[in-house]
Design a protein around this ligand. Structure first.
Ligand SMILES: Nc1nc2c(c(=O)[nH]1)N[C@H]1C(S)=C(S)[C@@H](COP(=O)(O)O)O[C@H]1N2
Ligand SMILES: [Mo]
Length: 326
């Protein structure tokens, strides 16, 4: 029996606020000072929250309303984080462990030309250049990102489903997992001199997780090319898993038979497991995962099972003990 029971997600419709009208932190703080809480900020939210289906995608007054509505996050009270929030507060240890230093340190990282070698247990191995990657499509996905450190954001990514890339190389029936490897260049990455990590950054997914509709390769953000600090020119996005699974600056993808060892699992196996599905009921050994700090908000939110994507992904784990397989 899976110990995470399927339930109806505590999610209701809301609005995705475009970057241009996103309220600045200063204004938000001023309003907080005036005693106006989160409800006042969600200016367009009807008093009684409509059901998911009662608000057509076209009602979302946003330049982001271009993608399939089933991929919009519609958690009550949710607004997309601003460009500045998403691009000035980053985890990217190859550059720095200081989140606010990453953007400047990554500014000159060379991401063109680039190539991603996809191989291993496939019938048609292929090296993709940037044109090949862009030909795989550019759709938008507005996803929650929940870092294992208990902060979160809502991010409007651009890109294509990972399954599209994997289908091109035709995995063989022996392929059970996908292993991802990030760029490693000591000349450009000041953080890799740290002796604590076994570079390059590596991550992995089970093949059914990799083929899932939600699993995404991001090449853009807010309709613009992906900034270096967010993982240019391409990074993985797996929204129901802790953020560290979403590996940046991918150079190599291999279809493999055995479960890959990720950089974080190797560094601290009891803290960062292979699955790392967001689970508010399973504490990290050093802190609770029950709540999170949404960047730009004043009070904490409850963390949702599978980061709010339980209805879409719980089936992947039927029969698995999600505490043993953390
Ligand atoms: N190559 C690489 N990818 C990485 C990381 C990293 O240090 N190196 N950090 C991860 C972590 S811990 C998080 S929370 C997300 C942060 O993504 P963001 O900076 O775009 O919000 O990237 C993930 N991908
Ligand atoms: Mo993270």
């Amino acid at each position: 029996m899976p110990r995470v029971r399927p339930n109806i997600p505590r999610i209701a419709s809301s609005l995705i606020t475009p970057e241009s009208v996103y309220m600045s932190r200063r204004r938000l703080l001023r309003m907080a000072g005036l005693g106006l809480g989160a409800a006042a900020l969600a200016a367009c939210t009807p008093a009684s929250a409509p059901t998911r289906t009662s608000m057509p995608a076209s009602a979302i007054a946003s330049p982001l309303a271009t993608s399939d509505p089933k991929f919009k996050t519609d958690e009550f009270g949710t607004k997309a984080n601003s460009w500045d929030e998403i691009t000035r507060y980053n985890n990217y240890y190859e550059f720095s462990t200081d989140k606010e230093a990453v953007a400047d340190l990554a500014a000159n990282f060379k991401t063109n030309p680039w190539s991603v070698t996809v191989g291993g247990l496939v019938d048609k191995p292929k090296t993709f250049d940037l044109d090949d990657l862009h030909s795989l499509g550019e759709e938008e996905r507005v996803y929650r990102l929940r870092c294992v450190e208990a902060w979160s954001m809502v991010i409007p990514w651009m890109g294509f489903p990972l399954s599209r890339l994997l289908r091109e190389v035709q995995p063989t029936s022996k392929a059970k997992y996908v292993r991802f490897e990030a760029a490693f260049d000591a000349a450009q990455m000041p953080g890799v001199s740290s002796p604590f990590y076994n570079w390059p950054y590596v991550e992995g997914l089970r093949i059914d997780e990799a083929m899932h509709d939600l699993t995404f390769i991001a090449t853009g953000l807010y309709g613009k090319p992906l900034p270096n600090q967010n993982g240019a020119p391409l990074r993985l996005v797996v929204p129901w898993k802790y953020g560290f699974k979403s590996i940046k600056a991918i150079v190599k993808i291999d279809l493999v038979e055995n479960q890959p060892v990720s950089l974080w699992s190797a560094a601290a196996p009891s803290e960062y497991g292979f699955y790392s599905n967001v689970n508010p009921e399973r504490a990290h050994p050093r802190w609770s995962q029950a709540t999170e700090r949404r960047i730009g908000e004043l009070s904490r939110r409850d963390t949702l099972r599978f980061n709010g994507y339980e209805a879409q992904v719980a089936d992947l784990y039927t029969g698995m003990d999600l505490y043993a397989n953390y």
